[in-house]
Design a binder for this molecule. Sequence first.
Ligand code: 2P0
Length: 344
Amino acid sequence: MTRKIGYARAHTNIALIKYWGKKDHELFLPMNSSLSLTLDAFYTDTQVIFDSSFAEDTLTINGELQPSDEINGLVRFLNVIREKEQTDLKAHVISHNIVPTAAGLASSASAYAALTGAIAQAFNWQLDHQALSRIARRGSGSATRSLFGGFVEWEMGVDDETSQAIPIDDAQWDIGMLVMILTRQKKDISSRVGMQHTVETSPFYTNWVETAAQDLKQMKAAIYRQDFQTVGELTEHSAMKMHATTFSANPPFFYFEPETIHAIRIIQALRKQGHHIYYTLDAGPNLKVLGKRSELESVRQALLEHYSSDQLILTQAGPGMRQLSADEWASLYPTREEDTSHDH
Ligand code: 2P0
């Protein structure tokens, strides 16, 4: 009997310069380099078990076994791993998403970064985080960036060996994020489908690619000199340019809901009143507000006039992927019987 087990934790990240579009769907090579901030408050803990007695791959999230027809992406990723490792062992993946509320913010970024870390431990790979980021990329593009903490660049590269994450800055300065949960509605166009449709049909898409390179360069320079205002302005600009490509796709689509516009107006009004805040949003209607860490509590207080406290989650820069020990896992998730290795 062969049995390999690993455990890891990875935090989610929010892109300040967005990734939007692939040039290679098999290798997940992006059309542009991106840059994100890893967040402290949201993360995924994952255990992986490869066992010769398993008949199929399974995924359990927060104690719930996922339907087998909804784990195609995971199986595809595990096939990449099996090919690398020259094995046909099936895997059981057990994940816990740690999100302060039922915010729907559990992302594929933290999921695939944690899974990659757990797999590396299971097979005893001696690879650094940059090498692991290239593997996580094969699960989900944004997972590339979750291997590292703080500000992280995903350098688009030209092939499998060069498309990887680079840590830019640990973000241990006066910067943080306030996540606004505006609606719990599920998005109907996944980012994977949305970005592809945009690449294929938006006449604005070439401008997106051309300007993203310049934005990224300016963003890195602003981070290095801790120039909060420029970081914020570039963040907002990148998000709105990304969303403009969805409005200009054919047929058009967008991730904004009425609550999104309403919240943007509130952020703009607070900024006029002197708050140093900038918004960004991803393939969904919720806003993430970039602010100075020392000021975000007063921003939260101001927003409490419009929102309930469970809609407003304050967080700061988080760390990179870290492997967990079996003991740590057992003390974190003591009552779960996930490691029983019975197939049904
Ligand atoms: C980002 N997003 O940079 C961008 C901005 C959403 C909007 O990366 O197809 O789940 O798995 O590579 O990484 C979300 O897309 O897409 C994303 P795949 P992913 O964060």
